[in-house]
Design a protein around this ligand. Structure first.
Ligand code: SAH
Ligand code: MG
Length: 190
């Protein structure tokens, strides 16, 4: 695991932060989550961490970048988890996913979160959760005035649109957790 963390650091791959991944794996344990769909595998770090929570956990994870996908495949194999982590090298918007999951973890292109949510909620079990990472985006979503770059401003605006989308969503109720880079947990409203 140290090796994967070092590789991520050296190659600027934004894997989950220490406290964020701890929160996520504790959440999976407490809620006895068994089937997980992850959007954005990168090099497999969070998928491996989640799979190691319990031997009954099965994960489908999607990564569009070929090089990261290859690295993830290697890492998953090193942990002997290829039977429990199914990784797909495809853009999530082109992916055909039929199964239902207890948890959908969104950790891919930050500007597309509403679209990911809308597409993959169809794959959520009735009592399942949708968790999204990087809701605070390094604290920038709360301080958009501090940003000078035009592209970054546009991205942060999109994340804030996602936050509003979640807050105003009648089908789902969302809790926002101030851990790691900010996490949201959405569940169908009763
Ligand atoms: N969950 C990983 C980190 C993911 S980083 C971890 O914590 O270990 C985000 C990844 O999402 C990047 O590798 C990027 O290539 C991928 N990504 C972004 N948009 C995507 C899309 N539309 N479909 C599939 N993968 C995507
Ligand atoms: Mg992330």
């Amino acid at each position: 695991m140290d090796k994967i963390e070092a590789y991520a650091k050296a190659n600027n791959i934004p894997i989950m932060e220490e406290f964020g991944i701890k929160f996520l794996t504790d959440f999976i344990k407490e809620n006895k989550i068994k089937r997980i769909l992850e959007i954005g595998s990168a090099i497999g770090y969070s998928a491996i961490k989640m799979a190691l929570v319990d031997k009954d956990i099965f994960i489908t994870t999607i990564e569009r970048d070929e090089q990261r996908y290859q690295e993830a495949v290697k890492n998953i194999r090193e942990f002997n988890l290829e039977d429990r982590i199914n990784i797909m090298n495809v853009d999530a918007f082109d992916a055909i996913v039929d199964d239902k999951y207890d948890l959908i973890f969104i950790d891919a292109a930050k500007g597309q979160y509403i679209k990911f949510f809308e597409k993959f909620k169809e794959n959520l079990n009735y009592n399942g959760f949708i968790i999204s990472d990087n809701i605070n985006f390094h604290g920038l979503t709360k301080n958009p005035d501090k940003i000078t770059s035009h592209n970054l401003k546009a991205l942060v605006r999109k994340i804030n649109n996602y936050i509003d989308f979640l807050k105003n969503n009648e089908e789902f109720t969302t809790n926002f957790i101030e851990i790691g880079d900010g996490i949201s947990i959405s569940k169908r409203s009763k």
